[in-house]
Design a protein around this ligand. Structure first.
Ligand code: CTP
Length: 400
């Protein structure tokens, strides 16, 4: 994405340098515009060094706003895929809400047709003032997104709302707001299972697997960015993604219960979890003592979450599963597709270190029509977006 990062005058301006670097590391191009007050808190040199792009000042004699001052704001407004103002003062919110254009940033904000996102930061009294809240309301009515400030001790010494939101959360919100929505997924409720499950033998021992849950989490992000309302049922320890309702579970039974509770009001399911197929027949509340000689652990099957939900679905609900195979991939995955009654299976080749824990992965979609062209090899975030594009295309064509 090509992002204009507007930086206005507040002590949180130093955090926008961190945000600029994070966005660049995520593969975006970032051009900064400093307001005059913003340039008292952070310098153009810091921002050009971090972004490798020009930084623009409030006026022609500041920053690098030199090339063609007459139309620069129009060129920048066209260049942007998204304009984010971080931190946003009460002043810039008031200007933008009322269509005032008195410097480069406010002019670009008025001229651009790109999505706009605000991350305000200010004193609690200012934040709570009805004028500021009314301005935010007006900006939201233009389709702008607002990443609300958090609460904490502010630079002015007061404690309350007004602290700039977490930089990582702002980066996620930029990703969400800047990604075009897909018609077949926008507003749809998608249930996703992810991560390993853990089956406890006793208070200290557990049966689990090497899945981290990262592919399911990236899928949750990609569906969220495409406009879906995502509910994630997550095992393991990875943090849940911003903007996704997450239910944390431990065992396969808990995962089934969380999914069952939300299945009726979901439009579709993506089962990316690596569910333990067995659990210990007996689980002890006290630590089990070791014995001499060979010990035997009796295992029983856990519920198949994907098969259970697929068997209890309405005709308007779709179901996509995964198959981790090390040999005869399409044959085994085709069997899973039919046996579990799925609309599609994403086949993951887990031989020779591929799949679990690997950074780059390939998935081959399989439907009743047969195999589809492989997606990847790609890093998991891009692979997840490719999966969402592919699946949204099928839904749109009425083949979901
Ligand atoms: N799955 C599930 N609940 C289980 C086991 C698997 O929801 N108890 C889901 C996984 O999330 C995945 C799909 O089923 O989407 C395939 O899982 P996998 O373990 O590969 O397939 P199995 O049907 O268990 O077959 P096998 O172990 O023989 O490969």
């Amino acid at each position: 994405m090509q992002i204009i990062l507007g930086i206005t005058g507040g002590i949180a301006a130093y955090k926008s340098a961190e945000l600029a670097r994070l966005l660049v590391n995520q593969g975006h191009r970032v051009r900064c515009i400093l307001t005059e007050a913003g340039s008292r808190f952070i310098t153009p040199l810091t921002l050009t060094s971090l972004t490798g792009e020009p930084c623009y000042g409030a006026n022609p004699d500041q920053g690098e706003w030199r090339a063609n001052p007459g139309v620069e704001h129009i060129e920048l407004a066209r260049w942007a895929d998204l304009v984010a103002v971080v931190p946003a003062t009460a002043n810039i919110l008031g200007k933008a809400a009322n269509g005032l254009a008195s410097d480069l940033l406010s002019t670009v904000l008025l001229a651009t047709r790109a999505p706009v996102l605000w991350a305000p930061a200010m004193n609690t009294g200012m934040w709570e003032h009805p004028a500021v809240q009314a301005n935010l309301q007006r900006l939201r009515s233009f389709g702008h997104a607002v990443v609300e400030p958090g609460e904490g001790v502010l630079a002015c010494g007061e404690e309350g709302a007004g602290k700039l939101a977490d930089v990582a959360a702002i980066a996620e919100a930029i990703q969400v707001h800047g990604t075009p929505k897909l018609a077949s997924l926008a507003g749809r409720r998608v249930l996703i299972t992810a991560g390993p499950t853990r089956e406890d033998l006793d208070p200290v021992r557990t049966l689990t697997n090497r899945s981290t849950g990262s592919m399911g989490i990236e899928l949750a992000r990609a569906f969220r960015d495409a406009g879906a309302q995502v509910r994630l049922v997550l095992g393991g320890d990875l943090p849940s993604p911003w903007g996704v309702e997450t239910m944390r579970v431990r065992s396969a039974q808990q995962m089934l219960e969380a999914c069952t509770a939300h299945w009726a009001d979901s439009d579709g399911l993506v089962a990316a979890a690596a569910v333990a197929d067995q659990r210990p027949e007996a689980s002890s509340s006290e630590k089990v003592k070791k014995a001499d000689g060979t010990e035997t652990l009796a295992l029983v099957r856990t519920p198949d979450i994907l098969a259970t939900l697929a068997a209890n679905r309405r005709s308007d609900q779709w179901v996509v599963g995964f198959a981790a195979e090390s040999e005869k991939h399409l044959e085994h995955a085709g069997d899973k597709l039919r046996r579990k009654g799925l609309d599609a299976v994403l086949v993951n080749d887990v031989q020779a270190g591929r799949g679990f824990g690997a950074q780059v992965n390939t998935l081959t979609p399989l439907t009743v029509q047969g195999p589809h062209p492989a997606l990847g090899p790609l890093p998991k975030d891009q692979l997840a977006r490719a999966v969402v594009q592919w699946w949204a295309g099928r839904l749109e064509a009425g083949k979901g």
